[in-house]
Design a protein around this ligand. Sequence first.
Ligand SMILES: Cc1cc2nc3c(=O)[nH]c(=O)nc-3n(C[C@H](O)[C@H](O)[C@H](O)COP(=O)(O)O)c2cc1C
Length: 180
Amino acid sequence: MAKLNLIGISGSLRKGSTNSMLLSEAARLFGDCTYTEADIRFPLYDADEEEATGVPAAVQTVADQIAAADAVLISTVEYNKGPSGVLKNALDWISRVEGTPWSGKPLAVMSAAAGRAGGERAQLILRSFMVPFRPRILQGPEIHLANSSNAFDENGHLTGEIYVKELTQLMEALRAEINR
Ligand SMILES: Cc1cc2nc3c(=O)[nH]c(=O)nc-3n(C[C@H](O)[C@H](O)[C@H](O)COP(=O)(O)O)c2cc1C
C-alpha cells in the first residue's frame, strides 16, 4: 500500500524556521508517511496581475499538492499577534485556483513563536481563516510551541515532553481522521 502523503505549510519563509521544524516533527511523530513542505514564496496577490497572467504556476503547484495530499499540516508564526502576511497571501492565492483543494481535507494546525503563549492568538485567527475553505480541521490537542527557538535539540527534535505527547496525540487524531 502507498504511504500516506502529508503536505506542510509553514507561515515563516526563513531558513531554520521553528514553524518548519515543528511541521517536520509532526510528520515524524505521525509515523510512516511521505512528507513535503510546500513552497509558498508567491508574489503578493494583485487582482490586476491575476487578470493579466492568471494564477502563478507556483500557486497551482501548491494547490495540486493539497488536493493530492491525504492530509495537510499548517504551522503559523505569530507576527504582532496574528499569522504572517506570507501565510494569508498564500491562502488567498490558493483560493483563486479552479476547484476546491481544501474541501473535506483533513487538516492539523499548530503554531510556534518566541512568546510565552506560543502563537495562540495567531493560531486562533488562522483557524478562522480556514473556515471558508471547509477542510476537516482537527480541534485538538492545540499545539502552541512557546519560546520556539529553544524548543528543539541539535537533531531538530522537540525537547519538551508535553509537546511531544500532545503533538503525537494530534497526529494520531489526524491519522484517524484520514481513515474515517
Ligand atoms: C514582525 C514580527 C512580529 C512578531 N510578533 C510576535 C508576536 O506577536 N508574538 C510572538 O510570540 N512572537 C512574535 N515575534 C517573534 C516570532 O515569534 C519569532 O521570530 C519566531 O521565531 C518566528 O518563527 P520562525 O522561527 O518559524 O521564523 C515577532 C517577530 C517579528 C519579526
